[in-house]
Design a protein. Structure first.
Length: 289
């Protein structure tokens, strides 16, 4: 059963599941510690699906939940998208599961995309090019996008700098250039039926992201990973005008809580009619709810 949008006040399109039901974590300890230090996050960094559901239910919010499947890029075993989706199915009033597949998996990853949607009820897919160590415009990855587009669900891509590996020597080998949003311009152009979400203010490539969302009807921007008080001014101006129908509320929970994000969002200089678009209405359309 799909979420009924009328039962929630906002939809957070960017929530990470960092722990499975067996006590395994999405990142190794060094990367987890570096991320916590970068975001100065003191709250629980590894909430379970059940605790995420309760956190959002208490606030009359819904959440898109996912992990990042990146063993080829990190050497760390991934959490199970199947398990996340199956557990989220127990909380359909507030949780919307996205899947993740290792882009280096070839035909096996394409087949898994189909299974995740048809057998586990996944409503979209999450990619993190820097963490998964791939250039998203490489045509060898196009079968992934064709499968996702064919299933009628969106693909959400991390863009811009990342807190994962931040402050470590060489950033632990994680390469930021893979997350330049302009690498997704070819993807969006060559797959017009695919909804592409550029996650985060795409610093240092914010203008590129705004340009893409303005130019292509199938490209959205989520506002996760930053407190709204730190949003680049061009992003606020664009969200208030040109791309008001293309911008989405996302927190990046658990590193940023929806409470903090929404509190700072209240103080953002936006037209009153734009706020409900960003908080819920754009996500309803993007997710096909």
């Amino acid at each position: 059963m799909a979420l009924d949008p009328s039962t929630v006040d906002a939809i957070d399109v960017h929530v990470h599941v960092e722990q499975d039901g067996h006590g395994c974590f999405a990142l190794d300890q060094e990367l987890m510690d570096a991320s916590a230090a970068y975001f100065k996050s003191g709250q629980d960094r590894t909430p379970t699906i059940a605790s995420i559901a309760e956190h959002y239910r208490e606030r009359r919010l819904a959440a898109v939940v996912f992990t990042v499947d990146a063993p080829a890029g990190t050497g760390h075993p991934a959490l199970s998208s199947e398990e996340i989706a199956d557990l989220a199915a127990e909380h359909t009033d507030v949780l919307i599961p996205f899947g993740s597949v290792d882009p280096h998996g070839g035909k096996a990853s394409v087949a898994r995309i189909h299974r995740l949607v048809t057998e586990h009820g996944v409503r979209g897919f999450k990619f993190h090019p820097s963490l998964q160590a791939f250039e998203p415009d490489d045509r060898s990855f196009y079968p992934l996008y064709e499968a996702i587009a064919g299933l009628g669900v969106p693909a959400l891509f991390h863009t811009g700098q990342t807190g994962i590996g931040a402050g470590l020597p060489g950033g632990r080998g994680i390469k930021l250039r893979y997350s330049n949003p302009m690498l997704l311009d070819d993807v969006a152009a060559d797959h017009p039926e695919l909804t592409v979400v550029l996650a985060h203010p795409s610093v240092p490539w914010q203008d590129e992201a705004i340009s893409m969302a303005t130019h292509k009807s199938n490209v959205y921007i989520d506002l996760s990973g930053w407190s709204p008080k730190y949003f680049p001014p061009p992003l606020v101006r664009a969200a208030n005008s040109l791309i008001r129908h293309k911008v989405l509320f996302g927190s990046d929970f658990p590193v940023i809580t929806p409470d903090r994000w929404l509190s700072d969002f209240e103080r953002l200089d936006l037209k009153p009619e734009v706020r409900p678009l960003i908080l819920k209405e754009n996500a309803v359309r993007m997710l096909g709810l």
